[in-house]
Design a binder for this molecule. Structure first.
Ligand code: CAA
Length: 283
């Protein structure tokens, strides 16, 4: 089977980035969300991000127009059933993801590969709730999707080799590099990145440094493109907390205990850039 069409569930920051890179690589994309407003916003973001790539001569104006022409938006999830590859990129919440798969499964072609962009949830467990665990895997992009070169490919216990190879060839067609990860909590990137971010929050919580000094230390002292607190705001503090909880529950080790300050910010609704307040104030 050769993949030519891709369904993307969820038009948020990951979903719209995935639709962007897939369309630019020549795939027909069907982008789904539950509100027209989210779909309209996503098309606005995709257009602006493609414009940035045209301005910096990474792509031509013709390639931009062609990419936009390959993206169809829909509020009707079953419409994605005819695509060859589905990437679920909804909220990092297992119940929400299971409900999406349940609603989609009756409409899926038998050969369609079903994947999740989950950043931490067990692929084996998500797959077990579907009718195709052998055709199910983790397809994890990094944010911002059009810029970051890596995709983690995570095989569940039942994922077959053909499915892995199809997904690998899609990653290569995107011009990205795949890292193959085993299905353990938070896989590779977030297993390493999130404890660092959590430790930065502890460093703030314990008064070792200010937000500015922590971020500057890691930017200037360790050559990170963003400080850990700035990066947490960029990713979303709710996502960071959800991933720490998956690590803590899944590996049963207190070294993954989420910092109480991270929990408090999430409880306050200070989720970072998306709510205009996190460790920084964006209002
Ligand atoms: N779409 C297209 N292009 C984009 C873009 C987007 N969304 N965002 C940035 N760019 C482009 C810019 O146009 C610019 O291009 P040129 O160099 O050609 O001019 C380039 O990327 C750099 O952007 P900026 O000049 O605006 O800003 P910057 O140099 O500060 O870089 C950044 C921004 C790329 C986000 C950089 O700060 C960075 O790499 N940060 C770290 C991001 C990171 O760690 N991501 C992983 C998060 S973890 C994750 O995603 C996994 C998870 O599950 C939570």
């Amino acid at each position: 089977m050769s993949i030519s069409s891709v369904g993307v569930v969820g038009a948020g920051q990951m979903g719209n980035g995935i639709a962007h890179v897939m369309a630019l690589a020549g795939y027909d994309v069907m982008l789904n969300d539950i509100s027209q407003d989210s779909l309209d916003k996503a098309m606005g973001v995709i257009t602006r991000n493609l414009d940035r790539q045209v301005s910096s001569e990474k792509i031509s104006a013709e390639e931009k127009v062609a990419a936009i022409g390959r993206i169809k938006t829909t509020l009707d999830l079953p419409e994605l059933g005819q695509t060859d590859l589905v990437i679920e990129a909804a909220t990092e919440n297992e119940t929400v993801k299971n409900k999406i798969f349940e609603a989609l499964l009756p409409h899926l072609k038998p050969e369609t590969i079903l994947t999740s962009n989950t950043s931490s949830i067990s692929i084996t467990r998500l797959a077990s709730r579907t009718d195709r665990p052998e055709k199910f895997m983790g397809f994890h992009f990094m944010n911002p999707v059009p810029v970051m070169k890596l995709v983690e490919l995570i095989r569940g216990i039942a994922t077959d080799e053909a499915t892995y190879k199809e997904c690998l060839s899609v990653v290569e067609n995107l011009g990205k590099t795949a890292a193959s990860a085993e299905d353990f909590p938070a896989f590779i990137v977030n297993r390493i990145l999130m404890p660092m971010i959590n430790e930065a929050v502890y460093t703030l919580y314990e008064g070792v440094g200010s937000v500015k000094s922590i971020d500057e230390s890691m930017k200037l002292g360790a050559a990170h493109p963003m400080g850990p607190l700035e990066l947490a705001d960029f990713i979303g503090l709710d996502t960071c907390l959800a991933i720490m909880n998956v690590l803590h529950d899944g590996l049963a080790d207190t070294k993954y205990r989420p910092c109480p300050l991270l929990t408090k910010y999430v409880e306050a609704g200070w989720l970072g850039r998306k709510t205009k307040r996190g460790f920084y104030d964006y209002r």
